[in-house]
Design a binder for this molecule. Structure first.
Ligand code: NDP
Length: 322
């Protein structure tokens, strides 16, 4: 089988080298070899492109899928697949598999715990006081057992975060598409239970996939449902959040603060108010970086399943978009 690897991430050379070593029985084609293939790629059935069987990709360029007439499967090098589903050339009838946890859940749990601790220990308020050289002794002494954390999305990421929060004595609720019963977690689902899920939350965590149903889901109406002392953690995708609505809520003191790992766009333009807002902490999409070994192991195992005609793990449902 012939594999095309494409990633625009900083670790891409090392990843490609390891895939080539581990899948030595397959032949690999570099993007640089076919990027400028002469002729109209989509018409040529005898090109290098037309011999590609599998694509392993992260953030592919617009012309990546052109002329891949023999393509049998696409493997995303991320848990999220919006970078592929939004791709104008993505073939509709080719199976698409994503990473399932692949070591990212543990990292995400650290990040969400960090944000939850920031909220519980009122770090935004102390930062604001520090900026004014004010010795603020007015903040409440809140215990973890009195903090309600609501996680939107209880998939691989959400589940790992919920477990870590429960271990740290926080109360956890989750909101999902379909009904769920999970020990120690108050589960809500669907649009009709969203308001009940949000009521009296101290911390709201977004770990949803980006789909038509979840784009800009954290908007002015949703933020207005949260208590004024609530804190937002978005580690999913920037487009889940209406950033103007967030700024308005922070400036009106109807939201305490936010920890954002993702923005729209990434990075934000230099003059964007989120960069300098004292109630906002920004990180550059590093909450749960790709874990090289687990990523390679998972995709290699999936390619071997494909070779043997076995069902793929992490198969994306094109209808729901995740
Ligand atoms: P999963 O597909 O495993 O889980 C998705 C969860 O979201 C499921 O619980 C699903 O509900 C729920 N969901 C989907 N659509 C809706 C909806 N319309 N209403 C309510 N709930 C919904 O995803 P992962 O946990 O693996 O990843 C989640 C996201 O995290 C990724 O898509 C990516 O955007 C982001 N991510 C960010 C990283 C970072 O470093 N910042 C790293 C890794 C991931 P149900 O269970 O009912 O299907």
């Amino acid at each position: 089988m012939s594999i095309l690897f494409y990633s625009n991430d900083r670790d891409s050379d090392s990843l490609e080298k390891q895939f080539r070593e581990q899948l030595a029985e397959h032949s690999f084609t570099s993007w640089s070899e076919i990027e400028n293939e002469t002729g109209t790629a989509s018409d040529n059935h005898d090109s290098k492109r037309s011999r590609i069987d599998y694509v392993i990709a992260w953030n592919p360029p617009p012309n990546l899928f052109e002329g891949l007439h023999n393509l049998k499967a696409i493997f995303s090098m991320g848990a999220g697949v919006d970078h592929l589903l939004d791709h104008p050339g993505l073939p509709m009838d080719v199976p698409l598999a994503r990473l399932e946890d692949a070591g990212m859940g543990a990292k995400m749990a650290e990040y969400v715990l960090l944000g939850t601790l920031m909220a519980q220990r009122t770090m935004v308020q102390y930062r604001t006081a520090q900026n004014r050289q004010h010795w603020d002794l007015t903040q409440p002494d809140v215990h973890a057992r009195d903090v309600e954390v609501g996680i939107m999305g209880l998939g691989a990421m959400g589940h790992s975060c919920a477990t870590r929060l429960l271990q740290n004595h926080y109360n956890v609720r989750a909101w999902t598409a379909r009904p769920k019963e999970v020990e120690s977690i108050r589960c809500f689902h669907g649009q009709e239970q969203l308001t009940a899920f949000l009521k009296n939350l101290s911390v709201l965590v977004c770990l949803l996939p980006l789909t038509d149903d979840t784009r800009k889901i954290i908007n002015a109406d949703l933020l207005a449902t949260l208590p004024d002392h609530a804190f937002l953690i978005n580690a999913a995708r920037g487009a889940h959040l209406d950033q103007s609505a967030l700024l308005q809520a922070l400036d009106n003191n109807t939201l305490a603060g936010a920890l954002l790992d993702v923005t729209d766009p990434e990075p934000l333009p230099a003059e964007h108010p989120l960069w300098s807002h004292e109630k906002v902490t920004l990180t550059p999409h590093v909450a749960a970086p790709t874990q090289e070994n687990e990523t390679i192991d998972q995709i290699v195992a999936n390619i071997r399943r494909m070779d043997k005609g076995e069902p793929l793990r992490g198969l994306v449902n094109r209808q729901s978009g995740y």
